[in-house]
Design a protein around this ligand. Structure first.
Ligand code: FES
Length: 510
């Protein structure tokens, strides 16, 4: 099955032109996910000239691969947050996220966007005895923080279909179709004269004295302010050393059993792992099984989600399966705001809480551009340095990067045993070739070296992409950039018939 998110069922309703020619604007936004489109909406309302450039399709990247869940809490346990932040900071984080959800709801009402928004409870529960205590502790901390949480005793009807034991519930959270929301807002903006463009990859960013020049295949855009709403900063950034890139998976299926009521359900069946379950119309969505980019099997992870849906809900046919990417910040908080000494903005490190954090980011960046003091800007400041809070994670993430370098440079492999939709990186004459075989048996070959900072890419067999384990750049089977900080593709591509000749030519030229 080709992977496709459930949210894209209605994607052909929206079309946006690609950017061509030469223009000058006040704000250029790179990236058409929830952060970029929300920023475009907010800033275009102020009278500024705004243009948004999306490399692929609007809402199709990670926004359209998310859960569609909106919650004021975060994916980490309160206990972990408390180990790094005081109560006032935690409450500020929760408040910023709650206001973002309210903003989304108001925007949907104002623009009359049909995206299945509804208020639902959020539930965190234990699925095994060993997780009872951690959930009980979370409940106590949540009460101490003043949250209106409700304790769910063993046997509660909300937990029964999930074979949950005990849990906690927080009302008034929300769910929607994230793709319809983002594409719907973008559609309205484009009809109001705000430039929203897809198929417009930015190949180069040049910093001038008081502006930036962005170059795409067909155009040049000069802007005073630049927002990199690209999930992770483009090109090389120090922030990449404190961000861990992860992939997580989702499936959608019709089931014989349903939850007793709609909601956001986070199940803890074992320590350090969460399975997220929700309904969307007649389907059940199960999301989870993350691994670091390039360091896990997507097929195996999606298989675990399918097994869960079968075992707990009697699922039969899986209608959709997909993967999405997130970046985990070392100190648990996103990085939002201005890059030092420039009018360029980043918004990254949202972990799996990106729909809400993306909205928080757009609100903060809008205020900064307008010279308004945002009450949440300081805690998410992108230039903050938190050596103690980040130290362990920083070392862990970068040690992992070094291991990837070392491990890959020592590995030898062969293409002989490659089956359809498999890929491998081989070392030949001191060069790394990333080789994959398509369904027709054609071999596609490109450089195995990530153009961002030189790590070796890995084949993602479930999503048919080359994934870089270091900072999360991803490339399609031909080597074209899908996402991540890399601006350039993986280099020359050959097909099997011409491989030997072209490889020799390429090596001679290099
Ligand atoms: Fe940084 Fe590949 S994404 S080296």
């Amino acid at each position: 099955m080709e992977t496709q998110s459930i949210w894209f069922e209605s994607q052909n309703n929206f079309k946006f032109s690609s950017f061509e020619g030469k223009e000058e604007v006040d704000v250029a936004i790179i990236g058409g996910g929830i952060t970029g489109v929300t920023a475009a909406y907010l800033l275009s309302q102020t009278g500024l000239r705004v243009k948004l450039l999306e490399a692929g399709r609007i809402g199709e990247s990670n926004t359209g691969r998310s859960t569609g869940n909106l919650y004021s809490v975060v994916d980490k346990f309160f206990e972990e947050l408390k180990s790094k932040y005081d109560e006032a900071t935690i409450l500020t984080i929760l408040k910023s996220r709650e206001e973002a959800i309210n903003f989304i709801e108001k925007t949907i009402q104002t623009l009359n966007i049909d995206c299945d928004f509804k208020r639902v409870p959020w539930v965190r529960f234990s699925g095994t005895k060993e997780m009872d205590d951690p959930i009980q502790k979370e409940f106590v901390i949540a009460q101490e923080l003043g949250l209106k949480v409700e304790w769910l005793e063993e046997g509660h009807e909300m937990l029964a279909p999930l074979q949950g034991r005990v849990g906690m519930k927080l009302d008034n959270q929300a769910q929607f179709n994230p793709y319809l929301y983002v594409a719907g807002v973008a559609d309205i903006l484009s009809h109001q004269g705000c430039g929203i463009h897809e198929g417009s990859r930015v190949n180069e960013i040049e910093k001038n004295e008081d502006s930036f020049t962005l170059t795409t295949d067909k155009g040049t855009l000069v802007t005073r302010h630049l927002i990199e709403a690209t999930h992770t900063p483009i090109g090389i950034s120090a922030l990449q050393t404190v961000l861990g890139p992860y992939r997580e998976y989702g499936i959608a299926t019709q089931t014989t059993k349903r939850l007793s009521q709609d909601g956001i359900y986070w199940g803890h069946y074992q320590k350090g792992k969460v399975t997220s379950v929700r309904h969307y119309k007649d389907r059940l969505l199960v999301i989870g099984e993350p691994h670091k980019v390039g360091q896990g099997s997507s097929i195996e992870r999606m298989g675990k989600l399918k097994n869960y849906a079968r075992e707990y809900f009697g699922a039969e046919d899986i209608s959709h399966e997909w993967g999405g990417q997130h970046y985990r910040p070392a100190d648990l908080l996103p990085f939002i705001g201005q890059r030092l000494g420039s009018r360029s903005y980043v918004a990254t490190g949202f972990a799996t809480d990106g729909l809400t954090y993306g909205t928080v980011a757009a609100l903060i960046i809008k205020d900064d551009i307008l010279g308004i003091q945002n009450p949440y800007a300081e805690i998410y400041r992108s230039s903050r340095i938190t050596p103690l809070k980040s130290a362990y994670k920083f070392i862990k993430e970068n040690l992992n990067v070094v291991q990837q370098y070392a491990g890959d440079y020592l590995r030898h492999d062969s293409v002989k045993k490659l089956r359809a939709d498999e890929g491998i990186v081989v070392n030949e004459n001191g060069r790394r070739y990333a080789i994959n075989k398509d369904q027709e048996g054609t071999l596609h070959v490109c450089s195995g070296i990530c153009p961002h900072m030189g790590c070796i890419v890995h084949w993602n067999e479930g999503e048919h992409s080359w994934d870089c384990p270091c900072h999360g750049s991803r490339f399609d089977r031909l080597g074209n950039v899908i996402e991540g900080p890399a601006l350039k593709s993986l280099g020359p591509v050959y097909e099997s018939q011409e491989l030997d000749i072209k490889r020799r030519q390429s090596e001679a030229q290099q």
